[in-house]
Design a protein around this ligand. Structure first.
Ligand code: CA
Length: 420
């Protein structure tokens, strides 16, 4: 799985890619779609340092990014290797001259959605988040018995998935009134959930499940995802059929997809299932997946309020968690989603679930951090928050890291709340 494109000593002739702490060193080469002008169709690109490489202009890929996502893993790997060699510091002067004219500054292009997303499923992959959510929403109730038997999820809405930087309008909806009955008004309990998004590759035919050993060939890569949630709407509508309008008003994704292949050196053992966990059905079991099915990706959530923005303050960190603590692996999500024969199609998106770990510093939504709004948090600006206010911006950043390997950034997933 690891080849010359993962060589930690490799350097690029694009100087910004070699800076310590850069999101996009030559070992990353994430996929994204961009526009140079508002009028043109999205173009497929790869990020390198502070540049985007136009894949068509450099002759590497002639077509939209979603067509590349649909191609077999071997073809995607061949493209990654070819681009890696074009950008490595031993490229010939003539190659470099040719490729240089296909590089654009990242701040000169507009990033758009990586793919038209057909279907979106959001899983509940962190047992720590699930346990605390149950405790807060149904005090005294145990974790669902099914939780440790299979990855649980709800079917989300793809039409309202937006790219980082898009404002999020506070939704109106129904909430239960204390005095009885329901009110329809702007949500009072707007929250974020920091997650990873997994983009599906070639997909499967209807009726043909994906075996767990084949699952990674169907994963193009991962992005950052904010599953915006209106807790009052969600609480009132979710019993018995699960989240609906409390989640479907907006979901934000980061524009860069860090490929499954780039992440190979950052794979680690799946989190322990616990000695008392029920035995798993065979279709969800794999020794390889247990040994290397998780991804060591740190995810930070920060908030920037209107007052902080006016004062010129930097976003304030709310949590720092790690995707390696997820109870269910990406392969298990893909396999379970297709286990009834349901088909995944290229560009489909699977959310990991809120990336909360055990310690309070890792809790990746306000529902957990404020104990359901009962214990507001105080920010360095002196403001307090139980839930999000208009003007608040949530900034999610991610970084894969492994001993001896360069850090790979996932870029940013930002969204600002605007009034209903
Ligand atoms: Ca979620």
């Amino acid at each position: 799985m690891v080849n010359e494109t993962h060589d930690p000593a490799a350097r690029s002739w694009v100087a910004s890619a070699n800076q310590s702490g850069a999101d996009f060193p030559i070992q990353n080469l994430p996929l994204g779609a961009f526009r140079r002008t508002a009028a043109e169709q999205p173009r497929a690109g790869m990020a390198i340092g502070d540049r985007v490489l136009d894949l068509e202009s450099c002759g590497a890929w002639d077509g939209p990014l979603h067509a590349l996502m649909a191609s077999p893993a071997t073809q995607r790997a061949a493209l990654r290797l070819a681009v890696f060699r074009l950008l490595r510091d031993d490229a010939t002067p003539s190659t470099r001259a040719r490729v240089e004219q296909a590089l654009l500054p990242l701040d000169a292009v507009t990033m758009v959605m990586p793919a038209p997303i057909g279907d979106f499923t959001d899983f509940f992959g962190s047992i720590h988040h699930a346990s605390r959510a149950v405790e807060l929403m149904r005090p005294g109730a145990p974790l669902f018995e099914s939780y440790r038997s299979m990855p649980l999820a709800y079917h989300g809405r793809s039409s309202s998935i937006v790219v980082s930087g898009t404002d999020v309008r506070r939704p109106r909806g129904q909430r239960r009134r204390r005095e009885g009955g329901a009110a329809y008004e702007p949500t009072r309990r707007l929250d974020y959930e920091a997650e990873l998004g997994i983009f599906a590759g070639p997909g499967n035919d209807l009726g043909s499940p994906i075996a767990i050993g084949d699952a990674w060939a169907h994963v193009v890569g991962v992005c950052l995802l904010n599953d915006w949630s209106a807790r009052d709407i969600q609480a009132w509508e979710s019993d018995p059929l699960g989240p609906f309008l409390g989640k479907s008003f907006a979901t934000t994704v980061s524009p860069w997809v860090v490929t499954a292949e780039a992440l190979a050196p950052y794979r680690v053992a799946a989190a322990p299932r616990g000695d008392d966990a029920p035995p798993l059905p065979d279709y969800l079991c794999s020794a390889d997946d247990a040994a290397l099915g998780a991804m060591a990706i740190e995810v930070e959530v920060a908030i920037l309020t209107s007052a902080m923005r006016t004062a010129g303050d930097a976003p304030h960190r709310l949590s720092l968690s790690n995707a390696a603590t997820l109870y269910w692996t990406s392969a298990q999500l893909v396999t379970h989603q297709t286990s009834n024969g349901c088909n995944l199609r290229p560009g489909d998106l699977l959310g990991s679930g809120t990336l909360s770990g055990i310690d309070r510093t890792t809790w990746a939504c306000l529902l957990e951090l404020t104990r359901g709004g009962r214990e507001p948090i105080t920010l360095p600006s002196g403001e307090s928050r139980a839930f999000l206010e208009d003007g608040d911006e949530i900034v999610i950043r991610g970084r894969a890291s492994a001993p001896g390997a360069p850090g790979l950034g996932l870029g940013e997933c930002r969204g600002r709340v605007v009034a209903a």
